[in-house]
Design a protein around this ligand. Structure first.
Ligand SMILES: Cc1cc2nc3c(=O)[nH]c(=O)nc-3n(C[C@H](O)[C@H](O)[C@H](O)COP(=O)(O)OP(=O)(O)OC[C@H]3O[C@@H](n4cnc5c(N)ncnc54)[C@H](O)[C@@H]3O)c2cc1C
Length: 395
């Protein structure tokens, strides 16, 4: 079997790593001229770490990651802890793998190191797809083509493959703007706790956590905005704009923000869950299939789960059966995560005093009953084990 993968983001290179381990020939087509240090921190929750371990990449993962003590919900102004979900001492026991924080580029590199240079073609922008008998053909901007038994669109939220399969449909601006920055440090500092801290404020929230074995702090700062005015979805911003947007927030955050160098702002877009991902020998994976708000920290994790399930299915069965199984297994879960991530945005950003009081009381009560079921309420996400998903053997 030969598989063509359009897009060499986390999802594309994760799928290529799985296929290589299964000795299935594949080639990744990436529009960029090279892989670079793109992105910022990513929280790798236990459901994703189970896959990294199954691929034999745990030693590399430990070398680049930071293990947070807990997920904390904090008041934006006072810093009061509203919930504490322990991670370090519980995740392995409860979900079968730890919770780790990494830089996206470091994680991406772990997968890329599993590939040979010939597995990736750079400067290849896919513009369309067609079928020729029982083969799928990817078409590229320079007029070249690639014929394979299966083509996978792992080309992100603006997916050309998705458009080729299901037509053009604009992604939805979710009303959120997001600043991302990474601040280098020499180990844990006294004004940023070694946790995944969710600072919740009116119409905004900030997430801080360590990456790179505690040698950098990742900042994600989200604020509601009625319009995204620029055509570009990512724009350079400034420390001043970040500090002005979050003026009045807790002094520890002000201190952290004052050290920010490069900072980018993004419009956050998503889509409704699709009712189908595949046509013939072509399917979608990662953000191309299910772009989501980052509020459950699951975009990259879902792409890695997709990659593992699809890779295993292709190793177990012919293309059509494998794609049908992959879609049936993955669509319900990713749709639920997409929709739940949207809901989290609403609860994080409450403004009225009464709503905030009710929410915080519910965090408190739920936390007293079971700290894994308060705050993010993501225990069902972490519990899933893609490595235990097997395609039934059919004649
Ligand atoms: C603020 C923020 C915080 C986040 N935090 C987390 C987190 O903590 N945990 C987590 O799991 N996820 C997180 N995510 C989500 C995560 O970054 C994405 O969901 C994930 O990177 C998607 O991977 P992907 O491979 O599907 O797509 P992408 O990473 O977008 O990769 C797509 C690739 O395809 C290439 N491409 C695009 N079009 C073409 C074309 N026509 N031809 C060829 N190549 C093409 C692109 O250049 C790119 O390399 C966050 C996202 C944001 C915005």
């Amino acid at each position: 079997m030969q598989v063509g993968i359009i897009g060499g983001g986390i999802g594309g290179v994760a799928l290529a790593s799985v296929l290589r381990q299964k000795q299935i020939a594949c080639r990744v087509f990436e529009r960029a001229p090279a892989f670079g240090e793109i992105g910022a921190g990513v929280q790798m929750t236990p459901n994703a770490v189970k896959i990294i371990r199954a691929l034999g990449l745990m030693a590399q993962m430990e070398a680049i990651s930071f293990t947070p003590h807990a997920v904390l919900g904090r008041n934006w102004k006072s810093g009061r802890v509203m919930w504490r979900t322990p991670l370090m001492e519980t995740c392995q026991k409860l979900y079968g793998a730890p919770f780790l924080h990494v830089h996206r580029a470091d994680l991406h590199d772990i997968f890329v190191r599993q590939l040979s240079p010939d597995d990736v073609v750079f400067g290849a922008r896919c513009t369309g797809i067609r079928h020729e008998g029982d083969k799928a053909v990817a078409l590229f901007e320079d007029g070249s083509t690639f014929k394979a038994d299966v083509i996978v669109g792992a080309d992100g939220i603006h997916s050309a493959v998705r458009t080729a399969l299901f037509g053009q449909e604009a992604a939805r601006f979710t009303g959120h703007m997001c600043w991302r920055a990474v601040v280098p440090c020499n180990g844990v500092v006294d004004y940023v706790s070694p946790d995944s801290s969710f600072w919740l404020g009116p119409a905004a929230h900030v997430v801080t956590y360590y990456i790179r074995r505690g040698n950098a702090i990742n900042i994600v700062a989200v604020s509601e905005a009625p319009h995204w005015v620029d055509e570009s979805w990512t724009l350079p911003s400034s420390r001043e704009e970040l500090m002005a947007t979050f003026a009045g927030w807790h002094p520890n955050l002000q201190r952290l923000f004052s050290q920010v160098g490069d900072v980018f702002k993004w419009g956050l877009f998503d889509r409704d869950p699709l009712s189908a991902w595949s046509k013939g020998r072509v399917t979608l994976l990662g953000d191309a299939a299910h772009p989501m708000l980052p509020f459950l920290s699951q975009g990259a994790a879902m792409a890695i789960e997709d990659a593992y399930v699809l890779g295993n299915a292709l190793a177990a069965a012919g293309a059509e059966k494998a794609l049908a199984f992959y879609e049936a297994e993955r669509r319900p879960r990713t749709a639920r995560v997409q929709l739940e991530a949207r809901k989290r945005g609403e609860t994080y950003h409450l403004s009225s005093r009464f709503d905030v009081w009710k929410r915080d009381l519910s965090y408190l009560v739920r936390g007293l009953i079971n700290p894994q079921k308060t705050g993010l309420k993501a225990d069902w996400v972490y519990d899933y084990d893609a490595t235990a998903v097997h395609m039934p053997i059919t004649a």
